[in-house]
Ligand binder design. Structure first.
Ligand SMILES: [Zn+2]
Length: 408
């Protein structure tokens, strides 16, 4: 037998509008479940297309929603949604006030999951804890991101960063746009073509695009083309974050070549030294430093390449554009004298993009934001064992790096 107070309690707890009533509450000790049955008591229904008040056509088949647990009991809401009989749009199922359309969870439950996910970036742990499938969690995150994106204002963003990131094995990429002052990801698109980047930039309102002062990008031409097209007034900047990767790769290419050559004579000096050449001296432990100094005495080509890379670090701390231009010339000459092809190749590319590199001295955008977001995205990629789709990857990046207001 249903006691009146139980239904009244649930009526209050659910905060239902007057058109919905708790019919009964069933507690199953064996299934560890509380099932709340709701009925629609309204006389009319609102058409979802036009908002007109219409007569009720009938009730849609029964649907279930998972709600917040009652004590430790999983709590389910069951109801039949009324269908409005609109003169213009025909028969339309009315939305439930407690849930998003197409969601099998109540808004309060989704809000709780979002909070949990925000505190624990391990989505697998959250799914297990709540007994939800990967897809359910994914859906909840997608709706939360959609909410957050819709709430974003069109305040001005002066310094943008555009980066590529590999997605899945092979050569699939996504392009990510960051707000460098706000330290957040603005949006993510598939591929790294001019078309994709144009799409990314047009996700900003026209009035926002006009306020952009600089865009930090890689020396990848499609990015530059898109920036010229959509934010023509902004300076293209190739900052330290985007240059160091090329220099590191060039040092590594020299190391690989040299290691192969040494190996043929049985010389193992360079074997296993890859990471030693990537570290900056100030980040080395005493042992690492001693080993590195030892390597440097071997008069290797890799050592010369490393010195050229390391020498270029001084470029970024110069105070004026003129000094930077002078330094660049000096450094280029040193690179040429080294005759090391991989470094010369990078230097030649830098010469072609020198204007953008020197633009750094006008804006001095910091590396920290790009690096911070990049390592966060790296963690997201690592914690999700292979993304089912681009959409899930985008959702997670925006969920954790978008600084979105995703509350219910
Ligand atoms: Zn209608």
């Amino acid at each position: 037998m249903q006691s009146l107070t139980t239904t009244a309690h649930y009526q209050q707890l659910l905060g239902l509008p007057s058109t919905w009533m708790v019919e009964n509450v069933d507690l199953s000790m064996t299934a560890m479940q509380v099932v709340i049955r709701l009925v629609y008591t309204g006389k009319n229904a609102i058409c979802t297309e036009c908002g007109e008040t219409c007569s009720i056509y009938d009730q849609a088949p029964e649907q279930k929603w998972r709600h917040l647990d009652t004590m430790q009991f999983e709590t389910i809401i069951i109801a039949r949604l009324p269908r409005a009989n609109c003169k213009e749009h025909g028969v339309k199922t009315v939305g439930a006030p407690w849930a998003d359309r197409h969601s099998r969870f109540t808004l309060m439950f989704e809000g709780f999951v979002v909070q949990l996910l925000q505190h624990c970036s391990n989505t697998q742990a959250v799914s297990t804890l709540l007994g939800l499938s990967w897809h359910c969690v994914d859906d909840i995150m997608r709706r939360a991101v959609k909410r957050g994106m819709a709430r974003r204002g069109d305040d001005s963003i002066e310094h943008l960063g555009i980066d590529e990131k590999s997605f899945r094995a092979g050569h699939q990429y996504v392009t990510i746009m960051n707000d460098l002052d706000g330290g957040r990801v603005l949006d993510v698109v598939e591929t790294r073509t001019t078309k994709a980047t144009v799409k990314l930039l047009t996700s900003l309102a026209a009035k926002q695009r006009k306020k952009v002062l600089s865009v930090s990008v890689d020396m990848w031409n499609p990015f530059a083309h898109a920036v010229r097209k959509k934010v023509p007034q902004a300076d293209l900047v190739h900052d330290r974050y985007h240059i160091s990767k090329y220099l590191n790769d060039a040092v590594d290419a020299v190391r690989r070549q040299e290691s192969r050559a040494l190996n043929t004579t049985g010389d193992k000096t360079l074997i296993g030294s890859k990471y030693a050449w990537l570290r900056n001296p100030e980040n080395m432990s005493d042992k690492q430093r001693a080993d590195f100094d030892q390597l440097m005495t071997c008069e290797l080509q890799t050592g010369i390449a490393w010195s050229l890379k390391n020498m270029f670090r001084a470029f970024w701390v110069l105070t004026t554009r003129d000094a930077a231009e002078y330094f660049f010339q000096y450094w280029s000459d040193a690179v040429d004298r080294s005759k090391l092809k991989p470094i010369i190749k990078v230097k030649d590319m830098m010469v072609r993009h020198l204007e953008g590199i020197l633009n750094f001295f006008r804006h001095r955008t910091t590396n920290a934001v790009s690096e911070g977001l990049n390592s966060k995205i790296q963690l997201i990629k690592a914690s999700a064992r292979g993304f089912h789709s681009f959409e899930s990857y985008r959702t997670r990046i925006l969920f954790y790096c978008g600084k979105l207001d995703m509350a219910i």
